[in-house]
Design a protein around this ligand. Structure first.
Ligand SMILES: Nc1ncnc2c1ncn2[C@@H]1O[C@H](COP(=O)(O)OP(=O)(O)OP(=O)(O)O)[C@@H](O)[C@H]1O
Ligand code: SF4
Ligand SMILES: [Mg+2]
Length: 337
């Protein structure tokens, strides 16, 4: 149980991840993101393709070093550790990716794949490493007979179970699940989500759950962060996002989601997002969402909306968050100011 004074397992403060692109320009994939992830929670991150979710997830677990701002783990800066200590520290922060085929070596048996992180760590005798790997293969719901098989002999869902077993052998504190169920059939998705929930209880895991599927993120998350073009535009407990979304983008996501959402989350008014996500190399002035926002006014072109706590534990970056929360968003044709 979290207490008000507990130090977050992850604190991100004004984090920026920048990539150099053609023409000597800079792409700010993550731009000034601040958040806290609390131990034991499932922290959902949602946004369109290209909004920066994967890059943020990688930054949170030290796979991407911030060009600006800081990421703290349990209140400490992991980049102050020596290279060897940072390698050991990273074992506590693992990632499960969307595509298990890319994560598994087709030439390795399932046992070797699951044992490999322990082999690399090299701290336990081989027999113990094998025992732990077999135990984890069973724990993720695979028959021990699978140990001697190869990835191509398994279904997509079974391969994703292998990937989960593989990261669990290191007994991490936190796992970033980056679209971990997106490639699976809907019925298999539910199995994997249930497995993740069971493992969370058993191992006291913290999840950062990245997805473009609002139905999935709402089902599994305690809190949800909504990302748009490198920035978090809204962050709150799932119930608050469900009951009173304060950002026009969140409302648009909610209204666009088909039947996968629980009935109380489905919006009666369909808000259609016009146009494509702008380029993060040259984002719009003022509010980044203004080129697609049905509520945009002239002020939105000039003033960057402040990130503020609009109501307790409910953060949003929109000049008119209170109005959005209180009213149904009026649709304007074209969506441009
Ligand atoms: N190594 C890189 N070099 C240059 N640009 C990158 C790099 N990695 C990501 N980007 C860019 O950063 C932006 C954010 O990418 P990211 O992969 O984080 O988005 P995402 O929200 O995870 O998208 P998706 O839902 O498609 O996975 C995109 O514009 C992407 O092209
Ligand atoms: S600040 Fe303006 S453009 Fe941005 S989300 Fe709010 S109303 Fe829309
Ligand atoms: Mg991604």
């Amino acid at each position: 149980m979290r207490t008000a004074t507990a130090v977050p397992i992850i604190t991100a403060h004004e984090v920026g991840i920048h990539f150099p692109v053609a023409g000597g320009r800079t792409l700010r994939a993550v731009d000034g993101v601040s958040l806290e992830v609390h131990r034991g929670e499932t922290f959902g991150v949602i946004g369109e393709s290209g909004s920066g979710k994967t890059t943020l997830g990688r930054a949170l677990v030290c796979l991407e070093r911030p060009a600006a701002g800081r990421v703290l783990h349990d209140g400490d800066d992991p980049y102050r550790l020596s290279a060897a200590a940072l390698r050991r520290h990273r074992r506590d922060f693992q990632v499960v990716f969307q595509d298990p085929n890319a994560a598994l070596d087709p030439r390795m048996t399932i046992l070797r794949s699951v044992r490999e992180p322990l082999d690399v760590a090299g701290e336990l005798p081989r027999a113990e490493r094998t025992r732990l790997a077999l135990e984890m293969i069973e724990r993720v719901g695979l028959n021990p007979e699978f140990a001697d098989r190869y990835p191509h002999e398994l279904s997509g869902g079974q391969k994703q179970r292998v990937c989960i077993a593989r990261v669990l052998t290191l007994r991490p504190a936190l796992i970033v699940c980056d679209e971990a169920v997106a490639a699976l059939d809907v019925s298999i998705q539910a199995d994997i989500l249930n497995l993740l929930a069971d493992l969370q209880r058993e191992f006291g895991l913290t999840y950062v759950f990245i997805t473009h599927n609002l139905g999935v993120v709402a089902h599994i998350s305690d809190r949800i962060a909504v990302m748009y073009l490198g920035k978090i535009v809204e962050l709150a407990a799932t119930e608050l996002i469900e009951a009173r979304p304060l950002h026009p983008y969140t409302r648009a996501l909610l209204s666009a989601e088909p039947v996968a959402l629980p009935s109380h989350m489905r919006s009666h008014q369909r808000i259609v997002l016009h146009g494509e996500l702008p380029s993060p190399v040259s984002p719009p002035s003022g509010c980044r969402f203004r080129t697609r926002c049905p509520m945009a006014v002239t002020r939105c072109m000039q003033d960057v909306p402040a990130w503020r706590e609009v109501e307790p534990e409910h953060f949003c970056a929109c000049h008119f968050a209170e109005d959005v929360g209180d009213a149904i968003v009026p649709q304007r044709p074209g969506g441009t100011p």
